[in-house]
Design a protein around this ligand. Structure first.
Ligand code: 5AD
Ligand code: SF4
Length: 440
């Protein structure tokens, strides 16, 4: 039996997809990249914005033909949109066999077993506890050479715009020994970069044991043999304090880059979003990080057009990016999500206004990116190769620097995914740096 996956949304979702794939692998399934060869298709959905949900649903619609083409095929829908829509998904898409909402991912093995022909499959060597250190966390992986490792689930915040707490539930912390076991297995399998994942990853505080919080965990993961690069996503600004910054600074493998979502640069908007920090707090925390980790790259998430956002609020967002000297941002137009607090009130920033602000923001980000990358011309950067090939007879590869800049490089010798190379940056068109690998 073969399974094929399609994973929408963020890295948390991607890690959940891996988890489901691992359970299928334990039942003797093999992964395939060819959907037509698959007996099972697993779709992991996102609902963070309406557009994301729509994309996942139209993909499901297109799977009707796949399902009908062969008897016995199974279609499983998981993730955040599955959690939000539950049974209405099945009514809308009768070809769906199983709906596993994001909160119920722990029940996936049992639910999947219900779909398997009786007596034909046994879970081989799989512990009942999904987070047992005994499990094989490399049975099905995606994203190599970056190993995605979930350290917590859920979110205890209730940001006014965000549906995640509703579809992923309250925070649950994974035991540290289980995290360390997965990191060790993935590093041994060649993942020289580890990405620790959680909705507010730095609020991690397991119940007992020597590892008490995220700072302790980071220091421990940093020491796992084979880990050469360590990142985490996404920290919440509220938990950025000296203890956290010191752990980042004193862990040599932790990359000098952090994705720290701010959402807005206006204190009144932040208050209405219920972000639990002001503009001044965010700036102070960015400064704290820079004091502990000189030269750290900071990227962020921004929402434009949150209800009530004025031109002045938006200007505050633009100026915050400059003041905090941010290196980049993912920016989104506000999208009302049913059941969130903000969706109770009017979505009162007109669409054209949202689009105009987004365009201004993107232009400003582009300008900043160009200034920042131009300064890297002539420097040497360590790049982790994430894909490699040959172009016009030349070895080429794509990868990232420790500060998370994308690099496209050429090389006189063949390269493979997972290699770390030194690259002399020669050009910096747009956002991608270009350069040539040279011997270490
Ligand atoms: N509308 C627009 N963007 C949103 N995000 C979360 N919820 C919404 C929403 N309702 C953005 C935030 C978050 C990122 C993952 O998605 O910026 O950090
Ligand atoms: Fe999408 Fe958010 Fe769920 Fe990730 S956590 S899959 S971004 S809704």
């Amino acid at each position: 039996m073969k399974f094929f996956v399609e994973s929408f949304g963020c890295q948390m979702n991607s890690a959940d997809t891996e988890e489901m794939g691992r359970h299928l692998a334990a039942r003797g399934f093999a992964a395939t990249a060819d959907r037509d060869a698959a007996d099972w298709v697993l779709v992991n959905t996102c609902t963070v914005r309406q557009h994301a949900e729509q994309k996942a649903l139209s993909y499901l619609g297109r799977l009707r033909d796949w399902k009908d083409a062969k008897p016995g095929r199974r279609l499983v829908v998981a993730g955040c949109a599955a959690e939000r829509l539950q049974d209405s998904l099945r009514r809308r898409f009768p070809h769906v066999d199983l709906v596993v909402g994001a909160i119920s991912i722990g029940r996936f093995p049992e639910l999947a077993d219900g779909l398997l022909p009786a007596g034909e499959f046994d879970a081989r060597g799989e512990a009942a506890d999904a987070w047992s250190p005994e499990n094989d966390y490399t049975a099905y992986t995606r994203g190599f050479p970056v190993g995605h490792v979930t350290i917590m689930r859920g979110c205890n915040y209730s940001c006014a715009y965000c549906i995640v707490p509703r579809v992923r539930g309250r925070e649950i912390y994974r035991p540290a020994e289980s995290v360390l076991a997965e990191v060790g297995q993935k590093a041994a399998a060649g993942c020289s970069e580890i990405l620790l994942l959680g909705q507010t990853v730095n609020s991690y505080r397991p119940a007992d044991g020597p590892i008490q919080d995220f700072a302790d965990l980071l220091r421990a993961v940093d020491k796992v043999p084979g880990v050469r690069r360590l990142r985490f996503m996404s920290p919440h600004p509220f938990y950025v304090n000296e203890r956290f910054a010191a752990a980042v600074a004193e862990s040599p493998n932790v990359c000098p880059h952090m994705h720290l979502p701010v959402q807005s640069g206006s204190t009144p908007v932040l208050r209405r979003m219920r972000r639990n920090y002001s503009r001044a707090d965010f700036l102070a925390r960015a400064a704290l990080l820079r004091r502990f980790v000189p030269g750290i790259a900071l990227t962020t998430d921004i929402i434009v057009g949150f209800p009530g956002e004025t031109d002045d609020d938006f200007k505050d967002t633009l100026s915050l990016i400059d003041e905090a000297d941010l290196d980049g941002a993912y920016s989104f137009k506000y999208s009302p999500r049913p059941g969130t607090d903000a969706a109770e009130g009017p979505d009162d920033v007109p669409r054209e206004k949202k689009e105009e602000r987004l365009a201004v923001l993107l232009e400003s980000l582009e300008r900043r990116a160009q200034e920042k990358t131009a300064r890297l011309i002539g420097t040497a950067q360590e790049v982790l190769v994430e894909s490699a090939g040959v172009e016009n007879g030349v070895w080429t590869a794509d990868g990232r620097t420790r500060r998370f800049w994308k690099v496209r490089l050429s090389s006189k010798t063949p390269l493979k995914i997972g290699d770390t190379v030194n690259v002399k940056i020669q050009e910096a068109p747009a956002r991608v740096l270009k350069g040539e690998a040279h011997a270490a």
